[in-house]
Structures are given as C-alpha cells and as structure tokens.
Design a protein around this ligand. Structure first.
Ligand code: ADP
Ligand code: ADP
Length: 228
C-alpha cells in the first residue's frame, strides 16, 4: 500500500533521510523507531504529504505523492488520520464537537455526523463523556477522543506521532490495545512513530529503525527484538 524507494530528503547540505526503501502493507501495524533527530517525523510528514522529498519515490496506493495536484492532495490527506502526543483537542469544545469537526469541515450532513460520532464513541468506549470538555478527561480518555476524531473520515491509514509518550505504562497499554482492535475491526494500516521500544514490542508487526536518516533495521518485530 505504501511503497518507498530510494527516498532522500535534504535540508540544504543536511541529509535528513538517506536512501530509504521500505514497503508497508495494507492492514499492517508498522513502527518507525529511532532517537530524537533520526528523521522519523520527516518521514511521516513525507508519507502524509505535508513535506516534499528531495528525490526518490513515495507511492501510496500506487500514486506518487509529490505528483499530486493541490485538490488531489487534499483528498489524499482525508485518507490519513493522525494522532499526536499532546492530543491536539480544542479545549473550549466538547468531546462531541471535537470529534465532529473534520466532518463539519468537509460538509457532511448533521444526521451523518451524529451517527458517526456516536458509533466512534462506542468504539473508543467514551459514550458517557460526549458532553465533557477535554479538561474533564484523563490523558487516556483525551487520546481516545483524538483517536475517534482521527477516524471520522474513514481513513485507510492512521498515523500515530508519539501518541502514548505522555501516558503512563498502564494507560499506554490500554491505548495500544484500542489501536490493535481498530486495526483488526476496520482493517486500517497503522503507522506509529515512537522512541519507545516497549510500544513497538507490544503492538507492531514490522518496524523500521532509523539513525541519523539511515536505515539500521527493517524487519518483523520478532526478528528485530524478540529473538535471542
Ligand atoms: P525525529 O522525528 O526522529 O526526531 P526529525 O525528522 O524531526 O527527527 O528531524 C531529523 C533531522 O532533520 C534533525 O537533525 C533536524 O534538525 C532536521 N530538520 C528537521 N526539520 C528541519 C527543517 N525544517 N530545516 C532544517 N532541518 C530540519
Ligand atoms: P484509560 O486507561 O481508560 O485511558 P485512565 O487510566 O487515564 O483511563 O484513567 C482512569 C480513570 O481515572 C478514568 O476513567 C477517569 O475518569 C479518571 N481520571 C484520571 N485522571 C483524571 C482527570 N485528570 N480528570 C478526571 N478524571 C480522571
């Protein structure tokens, strides 16, 4: 589903991504791992079309991302949900309003929005919080709201940018279990950017290890981490 070949990203003389070639399959839970500065965020921004790469190829569903026109890019980005470390919820909006926002921006009908938000609240287990504000929720609950919001437009891909880095270990596990469940139920490809090896071991089937923009590992999680 995502095919990356000889991808390079330079900022001036700085090579941030150096000859990256990987494939990510539909329905896979894939981790991009590395220390701060490794190039993880840059690669993620290339995948969701927020950043141009210098050269090489990056195809999603056989479409070269850098060749997309502006309106095609807008349509493409609808297909990629995102969650973040600090949740990025709007504080003065309720849970319902936060989740409904992407659908409102795309002009969906009120009934469609109501049904979708209710379905998603059931999926993430927060029906009773529909009228709460973010500051009334725990960290884990906020991330559940953000996950629901990321799924409103039925994306094929969910990008998680350090989504559990601000959470304690138990809450992290419950969020990872939710992501697994979503992956299985909705057949969504999940790409996790993380510096936490525990997260990778708990959930990812495959991982890319980056160091200073270079691939230092690309294999199944079992091969990379779980074999003696
Ligand atoms: P990570 O997400 O793994 O921490 P990043 O992709 O954010 O890594 O950054 C990789 C490298 O690219 C870093 O050395 C960073 O300083 C550099 N970098 C990122 N964005 C820019 C930019 N806009 N201009 C110049 N250098 C950048
Ligand atoms: P989960 O694992 O389901 O994401 P947490 O472990 O983060 O949930 O929180 C467990 C419970 O503690 C929640 O149901 C929530 O009601 C309560 N809680 C935790 N922190 C807060 C907070 N800051 N404000 C309100 N309730 C909280």
């Amino acid at each position: 589903m995502i095919n990356i070949k000889n991808l390079n990203k330079h900022y001036g003389d700085t090579k941030v991504l150096n000859d990256i070639s990987i494939d990510i399959k539909k329905g896979e839970i894939f981790a991009i791992v590395g220390h701060s500065g490794a190039g993880k965020s840059t690669l993620m921004r290339c995948i969701n079309g927020l950043e141009n790469y210098t050269n090489g190829s990056l195809k999603v569903n056989d479409k070269e991302i850098k060749d997309l026109q502006k309106n095609e890019l807008r349509e493409f980005r609808k297909n990629v949900g995102m969650i973040f470390q600090h949740f990025s919820l709007i504080q003065r909006k309720t849970v319902f309003e936060n989740i409904a926002l992407p659908m409102q921006l795309w002009g969906y009908k009120k009934e469609e929005i109501l049904k979708k938000v209710n379905d998603l609240l059931i999926l993430v287990g927060l029906e009773e919080k529909i009228d709460s504000y973010p500051n009334q929720l725990s960290g884990g609950q906020k991330q559940r709201v953000a996950i629901a919001r990321a799924l409103t437009l039925d994306p094929d891909i969910l990008l998680s940018d350090e989504a559990t880095s601000a959470l304690d270990p138990n809450t992290t596990t419950s969020i990872l279990n939710l992501l697994k469940q979503i992956n299985e139920k909705l057949n969504i490809t999940i790409i996790l950017v993380t510096h936490e090896m525990e997260v990778v071991k708990q959930i990812a089937q495959k991982a890319l290890l980056l160091d200073h923009g270079n691939i230092i590992g690309f294999d199944t999680t079992e091969e990379l981490f779980l074999k003696p």
